[in-house]
Design a protein around this ligand. Structure first.
Ligand code: ADP
Ligand code: ZN
Ligand code: ZN
Length: 744
């Protein structure tokens, strides 16, 4: 066992996050592991600070007597913690970040929130004896004791707050009565249970009510057979929406539990609804725990503590649930693996799928990815032997695939229809309302985010801080959705004075209003970022719609993910082109995925569903393939485009994001960086694009630029990244510039 520990001190702003060596006290030498959080003397006097143990060695880096000793260990967890440390170091090296950033992502520190403890006072005497004791207290005029005993005779267990509060019993009195054996003061650790789970715990449990299909059974059989001898294996379940992937996940989780292992299920935040979690709770009861990005840091910390303590075996949550510190992880499942929310946006900008792949190798576990529209990368991996591909093509509950209509909005305009609704969609909505069926109208846009522009000169009203267009809200104010800047709406163009300045584009709020006007009898619910602010706002709207408290649900992309509404027989996609025109090589893929997922919401019940896609470019392959629900042919065409231009997965690509409050410095630094990267990349024949403004060039007064590096081999990009990191570190010109790497 080693005698010295390299400890990294938790100072996240340190650029050169260096380690310090400490002596390991004898009593810790057997147990201390990399990944442990320790308290160490640091700085002057007897100050201490916390740090992570990164490495344990036999060699002192300087004369032994100069080294201080570790004071104590904060957390210990055999095995898991050190494997998670290894994962963090891999993330640091692969994605690029400081060691501290990587460690914080993977092993969160204890938050300073006070422990929530439930203290109770319990009657310990049998009733008859207690009554005698009460009489005796009264006789002796021990009023406080009598008062408490009387209360305990009514209710044998009382919260301590009530005893010391409303009953006004002092702690010494309590202690004295405890010593006499009248009562007991007990403390139980209560974990802060997320509200969602707390509600679920009151639900009844249901066993699954159906027999698994051939397709489902085959997948489970294959993975089960390989379980014990092929660890580190990866599987892709490509299954149409409604094909019963969730039932497969449950069986696989059950398999892990049977083997005494634990499971992590990643679900995009947006699909982490009451409905979805309920299905798991009914199967696994209190062995599951749920993470949610709206949890407070201490709630989150508690969930990880429960996992460490072995109190839960299944963690369900968004990408950060990937780091649940289970001691014997058996399987990681990633549902809707194509979702962009699996990509982190803070350093290290990790991809949850890639990182899960790394974790299962370290843990000797297995990885299952599932999607109706797999990301190109994932499908490409399966096609080229990186994973085992399963296909699910049937809907076991009998629902048929919906019929999809592409509506050319240019044609509508030519024929004099200026409404947001095509005539076809209008008629179909009316039909549904008559038949008492439900409708979902989908707009890939947030709120009433119509920008305001001048029809005379083209001037667009923009946020003075963020370089994005302001949006006109119902209250007549112009609002910036990035920084919150607000101003009054204008009646005259500030550029040319023309009065023809107004909002054009359509938002969900406007559609809601239109629908209410056009179909006065219909109940309409709206779901977007504005109506789902609260902790459970999102779940509440879905619940109301599920209970048919409304006929029409209008919303942004958050309504198209994974919800099952059997009464929905029509889905209208109002402007399919919005997402097609984003300047991103994945725009077609994102649009295709969104449309297929949206279409998948129609006809989940016994009645057949219909989908209307309104577009100005009805011959784009992404729309045509989506209309036919034809993933394979989309994959072929999109791969051809990626191959032609060397985009992933045909090649590897890395973005270098630079940002700074100082525009000039940013420009100069980005220029130098580009030059340096071109030299470094040129030696290994990688190509460099940029620097250019990011799609949003300024957020909150911070200017943003990006550079892109491409090469057929991802390992070359890692090498280029490493030299760039060194260059940045030694070069003072980059001091005020934030630089982050992102693998595409
Ligand atoms: P996916 O996750 O693939 O979109 P789900 O797992 O949500 O699909 O399944 C869709 C519906 O089919 C659910 O209501 C589910 O209860 C039902 N289902 C799943 N498997 C079966 C089966 N073997 N027999 C009958 N119904 C099933
Ligand atoms: Zn103007
Ligand atoms: Zn702004």
């Amino acid at each position: 066992m080693g005698l010295y520990a390299d400890v990294i001190i938790d100072i996240s702003h340190s650029r050169l996050d260096r380690t310090y060596q400490y002596r390991i006290p004898v009593q810790l030498q057997e147990t201390l592991e990399p990944g442990n959080v320790v308290e160490v003397p640091f700085g002057r006097g007897d100050k201490t600070t916390k740090g992570y143990v990164l490495r344990i060695t036999d060699h002192a880096s300087c004369p032994e007597e100069k080294l201080k000793s570790i004071s104590r260990v904060e957390t210990t967890l055999a095995g898991a913690q050190s494997r998670l440390t290894a994962l963090a170091l891999w993330m640091r090296d692969y994605y690029g970040s400081t060691t501290v950033q990587a460690l914080r992502t993977v092993l969160p520190f204890r938050q300073k929130a006070p422990e929530k403890q439930k203290k109770t006072v319990t009657l310990k005497l049998p009733k008859e004896e207690a009554k005698k004791k009460l009489a005796w207290y009264r006789e002796k005029h021990q009023k406080a004791r009598a008062r408490l005993l009387e209360a305990l005779l009514e209710e044998a267990v009382l919260p301590q707050e009530i005893v010391t509060g409303s009953l006004k019993i002092t702690l010494p009195t309590l202690r004295a009565m405890e010593e006499q054996g009248v009562l007991a003061c007990e403390t139980e650790q209560v974990y802060r249970t997320p509200a969602l789970l707390a509600r679920l715990q009151r639900q009844e449990m249901d066993p699954p009510s159906f027999i698994l299909t051939e397709e489902q059974q085959r997948i489970i059989r294959v993975i089960r057979e390989e379980w014990d001898f092929a660890d580190g294996k990866e599987y892709l379940i490509y299954g149409i929406t409604g094909s019963g992937k969730t039932a497969v996940y449950m069986e696989l989780i059950a398999e892990a539990l049977k083997k005494g292992q634990q499971a992590i299920l990643l679900i995009p935040e947006i699909a982490l609804t009451y409905q979805n979690v309920l299905r798991f709770y009914r199967r696994f009861g209190e062995r599951i725990s749920v993470l949610h990005s709206k949890l407070s840091p201490s709630e989150r910390y508690d969930q990880f503590e429960r996992a460490k303590a072995g109190e839960v075996d299944v963690m369900i949550g968004p990408r950060s649930a990937l780091f649940t510190p289970f001691s014997n992880l058996g399987i990681i499942i990633i549902d809707e693996e194509h979702e962009s929310s699996y990509q982190s946006e803070t350093a290290p900008r990790y991809d949850a799928r890639e990182t899960a792949r790394k974790r299962i190798q370290l843990e000797h576990a297995r990885l299952v990815l599932g999607s109706a529209t797999p990301s190109l990368e994932t499908f490409y991996r399966a096609k080229t032997g990186g994973s085992t591909l399963f296909t699910m093509t049937q809907r076991p509950s009998g629902g048929k695939m919906p019929q999809v209509f592409l509506t050319d909005m240019r044609e509508e305009l030519r024929e004099g229809n200026r409404s947001i609704l095509s005539r076809e969609l209008y008629d179909k909505i009316a039909e549904r309302l008559e038949r008492k069926e439900q409708v979902i109208l989908f707009l890939n846009r947030r709120g009433y985010s119509g920008f305001v522009s001048c029809r005379s000169c083209g001037h667009v009203m923009k946020c003075p801080h963020c370089d994005v267009s302001l949006s006109l809200h119902k209250n007549g104010r112009l609002i910036c959705h990035y920084c919150g800047y607000e101003q009054d709406a204008v009646t005259k163009c500030p550029e040319c004075g023309s009065p023809y300045i107004s909002g054009f584009k359509v938002g969900t709020q406007q559609i809601e209003e239109l629908i209410k006007r056009e179909f006065p009898g219909a109940g309409v619910l709206r779901m977007d970022a504005d109506t789902t602010r609260g902790k459970d706002g999102h779940a509440e709207i879905l619940r109301a719609f599920g209970k048919q408290e409304a006929d029409i649900l209008v919303g942004t992309q958050m309504i198209v993910k994974g919800h099952d509404f059997p009464q929905v027989t029509l889905v209208g996609i109002l402007a399919a082109d919005l997402s097609l025109n984003v300047s991103d090589f994945q725009a077609s893929e994102r649009t295709f995925q969104l449309l297929v997922q949206a279409a998948g919401r129609a006809g989940r019940g016994s009645r057949e569903g219909e989908v209307v896609i309104q577009t100005y470019t009805p011959d784009h392959y992404a729309l045509l393939c989506a209309a036919k629900q034809d993933y394979l042919s989309f994959y072929e065409q999109e791969m051809r485009f990626r191959q032609l231009s060397g985009y992933p997965p045909a090649g590897a690509m890395m973005a270098v994001h630079c940002s700074s409050e100082d525009r000039q410095k940013l420009e100069v630094a980005a220029g130098y960086l580009a030059k340096f990267i071109r030299q470094a990349a040129g030696r290994c024949k990688a190509s460099v694009i940029g620097p250019a403004d990011e799609p949003v060039a300024k957020i909150n007064d911070v200017y943003r630029k990006a550079l892109y590096i491409k090469h057929a081999d991802g390992r070359i990009l890692t090498a280029v990244k490493n030299v760039v990191e060194q260059y940045i570190e030694i070069n003072t010109g980059f001091q005020d510039i934030r630089i982050q790497f992102e693998r595409k």
